[in-house]
Design a protein around this ligand. Structure first.
Ligand code: BES
Ligand code: MN
Ligand code: MN
Length: 463
């Protein structure tokens, strides 16, 4: 390590506790993008992020308007001839219900056993903040960054980034870069840092069924009309067979089969299936026949019911035939599936399988394409070296089952490779009660991020 990097790492070590105090303030803002009543908080989180970027020494920091929540932009472009990083993350968070399952309030960040508990701790405020502090350490200690960097932090990731594609298309100049860096994913396991080279895509739907004009007495009318709750259950039950295979015609047509070499690499990872099952509290794991758990989650598509609503669900009993039934369903997609094409297949499948005893409506909600990169890319290798310097552990290469829709947009619209530099843990309860962030991973992550800018600078510009 050169003397400059030593000073920077010293600075990070000295300021460790201050970082946590500042992050707690960020986490206190309930920036829930899904709930309109939090619009003011979402805006406040954007402003907080902008202030943090200014305090770190970033330049030209501003909020950029979209038809939805603002994007926080900031830059430091004083390293001519060096590569430019486009750093992407999000300041919005998921809703917190069920609130009663939180041990400490979701927007009062609390440290217990080296973990910082709060909504947004790992997804994604903590991981965004880690980079802001790495930049601050460079600028305070060295007065400069080894490469150029643009910050691009959005506020609608958790609701599908619906305005982002248009924004990227219309701001290509402001987003010009050599590589995208994102810290918004977990590492393989505690003590096993990783570089993620693939994400699944997503296509999300709502299915509404109507049987009759109003709810009916199930004695007076039961037997004479179809029950939409029952029909919905039949339709959904028909989506998969017993071996976990999705029965929607054409669904697998574009699925790229996992290469034998890749399956062999997955199999080498220290994955403990029984511990995984126990941690999830599942009596037995279930998934598509012929594939291992990691293959199912990283390399195979899914069809899931995310929510169901029909009829009487209160205490006691009520004899009723519900007038309507509703399901939220989504599919996770793998290369080379396309969310729009899958939407059309599902539309056709519904038309063909739903009986004419009910009215069926399909609403297509948000989606995103799957993404995969090759890990011999020089920036991916630079990130691997930075992780090793920050965590004193060589990273493994993994794929993930989650989705970050904008990654494929960066690739298609800006022609940029992406490095997923995530320091979360798979059990940090993202989207669930008691979300948390391991503070030693956060601290090592700040150091690794500081190294990352150096390593990317050394890798030089251009693909
Ligand atoms: N940080 C996650 C994405 C993620 C999760 C990456 C797990 C890798 C592993 C992100 O905030 C997220 O939740 N994405 C949504 C996307 C959706 C709202 C379009 C997802 O995956 O459900
Ligand atoms: Mn996220
Ligand atoms: Mn998320």
């Amino acid at each position: 390590m050169n003397a400059g990097m030593n000073n920077i790492v010293d600075f990070i070590n000295v300021h460790r506790d201050r970082y946590v105090d500042e992050l707690k303030q960020f986490l206190a803002i309930p920036s829930i993008s899904a709930l309109p009543e939090h619009a003011g908080d979402v805006r406040r989180a954007a402003e907080w992020t902008a202030d943090a970027l200014r305090a770190a020494g970033m330049e030209n920091v501003r909020l950029m308007d979209t038809p939805g929540n603002p994007i926080v932009y900031g830059e430091w472009l004083n390293a001519p001839g060096k590569p430019t990083i486009l750093f992407y993350g999000h300041y919005d968070v998921q809703p917190v219900d069920p609130l009663n399952l939180w041990t400490s309030p979701p927007f009062e960040a609390t440290v217990r056993d080296g973990e910082l508990y709060a909504r947004g701790a790992v997804d994604d405020k903590g991981q965004v903040f880690m980079h802001i502090k790495a930049i601050e350490a460079h600028l305070k200690q060295a007065g400069s960054l080894p490469c150029n960097i643009r910050f691009f932090i959005e506020g609608e990731e958790e609701v599908g980034s619906v305005h982002l594609d248009d924004f990227v298309r219309s701001h290509k100049q402001e987003l010009a870069a050599d590589v995208v860096v994102i810290s918004d994913s977990p590492m393989f396991d505690r003590g096993i840092p990783s570089i993620c080279y693939g994400l699944r895509g997503l296509a999300y739907f709502q299915i509404d069924l109507r049987g009759t004009a109003s709810d009916l007495h199930s004695g007076s009318f039961g037997g004479a009309v179809a029950n939409p709750a029952f029909v919905l259950a039949q339709i959904l039950a028909g989506a998969k067979d017993k071996s976990g295979k999705i029965k929607i015609p054409g669904f697998y047509d574009k699925v790229r089969e996992l290469a034998p070499e890749e399956r062999a690499e997955f199999a080498k990872l220290p994955f403990k299936e029984n511990k995984y099952r126990k941690d999830l509290g599942a009596p037995k794991l279930f998934g598509e026949k012929g594939y291992t758990t990691l293959e199912r989650v990283w390399g195979r598509p899914t069809f899931e019911v995310n929510g169901l609503l029909a009829g009487f669900t209160g205490e006691g009993a009520k004899t009723v035939i519900p007038a309507v039934a509703m399901a939220k369903v989504s599919t996770r997609l793998v290369p080379d599936q396309d969310p729009d094409e899958i939407g059309n297949l599902i539309e056709k499948w519904l038309q063909d399988t739903a009986p004419n005893t009910v009215e069926v409506k399909l609403t297509k909600m948000h989606g995103g394409k799957p993404w995969m990169t090759s890990f011999d890319n020089k920036y991916v290798q630079a990130a691997a070296r930075a992780i090793e310097l920050g965590f004193r552990e060589r990273p493994v290469f993994n794929r993930e089952g989650g989705s970050i829709p904008v990654v494929s947009t960066f690739s298609e619209e800006l022609g940029l490779p992406t490095v997923l530099f995530g320091v979360g843990l798979p059990d940090e309860n993202a989207h669930a009660p008691n979300e948390k962030l391991d503070l030693s991973n956060f601290h090592n992550g700040v150091i690794a991020s500081a190294h990352l800018y150096n390593e990317i600078a050394n890798a030089g510009p251009g693909a």
